[in-house]
Design a protein around this ligand. Structure first.
Ligand code: FMN
Length: 326
């Protein structure tokens, strides 16, 4: 069976295949309120927003992706350099590997070398709270990257299809609640591609999470990736689109916004989709996959892409007569 680093390497290789991506265009039914007479100037548009007490230049969080694997250090270094240059937030990939293997810590800590000021989210699977990990481990991973927030991912479908998956998801809510009370930073809960359902979101908001990151169906399919690792074509096919579509979930989850932030993710492939998600209720949007290839190339490629996202958002907001995000 693959160890954590081997598994992460296989994840990267499979994620890079176009087949790992959802089929069908998200948000195609949502019409932006274009205004032929926007009554503002392009230069009046501000894409800036606040996230966890810091200003970011556009409402974009680069999704949690990597660390704990050979390529991870370079990818995280390039993502961090670009995030710092462009003033956006980023998540690191699951840090469980660094709790197990000291020698891979640098693949995560490199982020702060290149981006001392940006908003960074630490990351761990919530299910690990049922497999011997607790508040102290979470404090350790937060300190490791001097994180502004902690992303706990919930991924029952990915774990169920993973050859070496951790599948006991019983009674996690009280453990997450204890963690929220005892950890020093805000906790956001994210899925990885099947979506956070309304019932789960309500329970999470009740116990005090600061944010819900949708990660619905439509982008990277972790069920497809794990199905491929299982080498089981039936399971791969049956579960590739299992869960809730991102564009259908966001309006249903907008009710969490009285108490927590809502992040649209899972197949967000342009700032136009990001703006549509915002009109449906999201506070921020996050994308992982679009930044993977550029980050494997160089910081410059990544910067060019993130700048396009900012420019695209500015133009789209202009076209809708929106001077500000809120
Ligand atoms: C290569 C890769 C690795 C990922 N690793 C993690 C991870 O370690 N932890 C996590 O919470 N999500 C992880 N994700 C999931 C993303 O953060 C995101 O929720 C999901 O891919 C949906 O966004 P997308 O469609 O923009 O890729 C990973 C995604 C990719 C593409």
């Amino acid at each position: 069976m693959a160890d954590i680093s081997q598994r992460k390497q296989q994840h990267l290789e499979l994620a890079l295949q176009n087949e790992s991506q959802g089929r069908g265009e998200l948000f195609s039914d949502v019409q932006l309120p274009y205004k032929a007479l926007p009554e503002i100037g392009l230069n009046d548009v501000s894409t800036e927003v606040e996230l966890l007490g810091k200003k970011i230049k556009q409402p974009l969080i680069i999704g949690s992706m990597t660390g704990g694997v050979e390529h991870g250090k370079l990818i995280n270094a390039n993502l961090a350099t670009a995030a710092a240059e462009c003033g956006v937030a980023m998540g690191v990939g699951s840090q469980r590997a660094a709790l197990v293997k000291d020698e891979v810590r640098e693949t995560y800590t490199v982020v702060r070398k290149f981006a001392p000021e940006i908003v960074v989210f630490a990351n761990m699977g919530a299910v690990q709270l049922n497999y011997g990990r607790g508040v102290e481990d979470c404090k350790q991973i937060v300190d490791m990257v001097n994180a502004d927030g902690l992303y706990l991912h919930v991924n029952p479908m990915q774990e169920a299809l993973q050859p070496e998956g951790d599948t006991n998801f019983r009674l996690l809510i009280p453990k997450i609640e204890k963690l929220i009370k005892e950890i020093q930073v805000p906790v956001f809960v994210k899925e990885v591609g099947s979506g956070i359902d309304v019932d789960a979101a309500q329970k999470l908001v009740e116990i005090g999470v600061s944010g819900i990151d949708v990660a619905g169906v439509g982008g990277t399919s972790w069920t497809w990736i794990e199905g491929k690792r299982l080498k089981n074509e039936n399971l791969t096919k049956w579960f590739a689109d299992f869960g809730y579509r991102t564009d259908e979930l966001i309006p249903k989850l907008a009710m969490v916004k009285q108490k927590a932030k809502l992040v649209a993710s899972g197949g967000i492939r342009s700032p136009i989709q990001g703006l549509k998600a915002h009109l449906l209720g999201a506070d921020y949007y996050s994308a992982a996959w679009p930044f993977l290839r550029p980050a494997m190339e160089s910081a410059e490629h990544t910067i060019a892409l993130i700048k396009d996202w900012e420019k695209g958002l500015r133009i789209a907001m202009f076209g809708c007569g929106m001077e500000k995000w809120y």
